[in-house]
Write a protein that binds this ligand. Structure first.
Ligand code: C2E
Ligand code: CA
Ligand code: CA
Ligand code: CA
Length: 278
């Protein structure tokens, strides 16, 4: 890899016309980064606005790159997906998130859930259920505190999805539809799969104060979720106005910069310590 920072940056932009070299370089460096332990998880708190307490976190991966610094997922997840490296990376994310959550539990903090994003490549691997079973045993996390975030694109093959999601539910873990509202058949999926929670996409939350259509959509999603006995969480909450709107619609679970950015584990722990001293 070249030393010049600018060229390095380009390496991280997949260029479909440039053929193999850049992609190969990035693929190799992702593989190496996995071996060297350069990936880290940040955790974004999910808040119950009625109590102000942290009820869970979403694990979000970053690459602590030796020369380029902390890289966001947009810089490497697409290539990891393309090359299949998302499978070992995703497994590392799952194991690390479960381990960390269980560690917090063992340190005596109030139980909370951890949400992990699943990619479609992981989802279509035949051994996903076995892998997750192993991770549950190994980390000793109580399965009810593990939530998998799935998106519609992942469940293209409905028969397979019904089978896999059914088995995952049998393990006692929770399922959340991520980016809810952005897919074509989200409602169909609610009907087919037993979903515990839906996460209202940031793009709707962003404009609830300025776009009455978005406000209506969000209000309707929340009402529908409640009617079906499903929890609703809003992502991307940045302002007090948005929070007040969500509260007025009885949506009490939120995640967003208004409360916290995604944070390293040590900072989460400080927050937990502060909120448990009364
Ligand atoms: P996502 O699952 O929709 O995750 C939420 C993203 O929104 C995160 O970006 C988070 O930092 C950002 N966010 C949270 N609150 C706010 C807010 O109030 N305002 C704004 N503007 N943004 C907010 P991040 O960490 O860059 O992750 C981007 C995407 O990368 C994720 O979107 C997810 O699709 C993917 N990703 C992250 N970690 C993993 C992983 O471990 N596995 C897989 N397969 N995908 C991952
Ligand atoms: Ca997510
Ligand atoms: Ca999302
Ligand atoms: Ca998203």
């Amino acid at each position: 890899m070249k030393d010049d920072g600018k060229n390095n940056y380009n390496v991280f932009k997949p260029n479909p016309n440039s053929g193999g070299i850049e992609r190969l370089t990035l693929e190799n460096s992702i593989r190496k980064a996995l071996q060297l332990g350069e990936f880290v998880l940040y955790y974004q708190p999910q808040i119950d606005i009625l109590t102000g307490k942290i009820i869970g976190t979403e694990a979000l991966v970053r690459w602590n790159h030796p020369t380029l610094g902390l890289l966001p997922p947009a810089k490497f997840i697409p290539i990891a997906e393309e090359t299949g490296l998302i499978v070992p990376l995703g497994e590392w994310v799952l194991r690390t998130a479960c381990l960390q959550n269980q560690l917090w539990r063992e340190k005596g903090f109030a139980p909370m859930s951890v949400s992990v994003n699943l990619s479609s490549r992981q989802f279509s691997k035949h051994d996903l259920v076995e892998t997750i079973k192993e991770i549950l045993l190994e980390t000793r996390i109580d399965p009810q505190y593990l939530e998998l975030e799935i998106t519609e694109s992942m469940t293209m093959n409905v028969d397979v999805a019904i089978e896999v999601l059914g088995k995952l539910k049998e393990l006692g873990i929770h399922l959340c539809i991520d980016d809810f509202g952005t897919g074509y058949s989200n409602l169909y999926y609610l009907k087919l799969f037993s979903i515990d929670r839906l996460k209202i996409d940031r793009s709707f939350v962003r404009d609830i104060m300025t776009d009455s259509n978005d406000a209506d959509i969000v209000a309707t999603i929340i009402a529908m979720a409640h009617k079906m006995g499903i929890d609703a969480i809003a992502e991307g909450v940045e302002t007090m106005d948005q929070l007040d709107f969500l509260r007025s619609q009885n949506c009490h679970e939120v995640q967003g910069f208004y409360y916290h950015q995604p944070l390293p584990a040590e900072e989460i722990e400080q927050l937990l310590a502060r909120s448990s001293e009364v």
